[in-house]
Design a protein. Sequence first.
Length: 298
Amino acid sequence: MMMQRVTAFLAPMAVEATLQIQQQRGMATLKAISIRLKSVKNIQKITQSMKMVSAAKYSRAERELKAARPYGVGAQQFFEKTDIKADEKEEPKKLLIGITSDRGLCGAVHTGVARFIRGELGKDETNTKVFCVGDKSRSILARLYGKNILMVANEVGRLPPTFLDASRIAHEVLKCGYDYTEGQIVYNRFKSVVSYQCTSLPIYGAPTVEKSDKLVLYDSLDSEVIKSYLEFSLASLIFYTMKEGACSEQSSRMTAMDNASKNAGEMIEKLTLTFNRTRQAVITRELIEIISGAAALD
């Protein structure tokens, strides 16, 4: 009899404890969902703001790109008309200039450039050096090819690139002490607001240019003139590719932030629905407990 009384006494207490635990779990779940919902709403506000900022920067970058394209076209025509090629008999010394920036949240813009450079390093890692314009390319390449990184240009992407910035980069490339025979500038070529293409432009060192047979097309080209022109053409190509990369980056960031805002909106709808259902379940459970308690008193 004593055992039956103890069991009968403990049974209601166990039921009450279970109901309290369920209620506490329901409240904890509601609080967690509410915090998560508030966090996602804040993220959506940030992504929408970043989209608007990127849209304004993209419009400016597109206008400036149209003015910068003649610099790149003029410098490329010199190499095309003189038909410059590296001497296959000599051991090549290659230089890769990766045009990226210090800023992220713009899709796969920087990753594409780093992937292209990794592919070139995979072909000939020993005789290839990399000049990273922007910290993003350095951070991607440093783990596997840290010893191939010659120099890094930081503070790129915060402001629109200028010809002065390109001239400083070209000056550092030429005075770094690495006498390259040939190389490439790897960058993202802007095609449309939703499309860009990772491509490259060839560059050559002064000894390689002087060996070209078609330099006779130009009058009075001694070594000093060629050196001066190569300095200017390298700065022009870097300036042009930085403008292409900046325009591609802003358009990609605008698209990425638009997609992020849409994804946040979908998540907000799902969390709101879950919150309402959980709150309704908690209210229903509390009503059942109240009714059950009133019925037990009767």
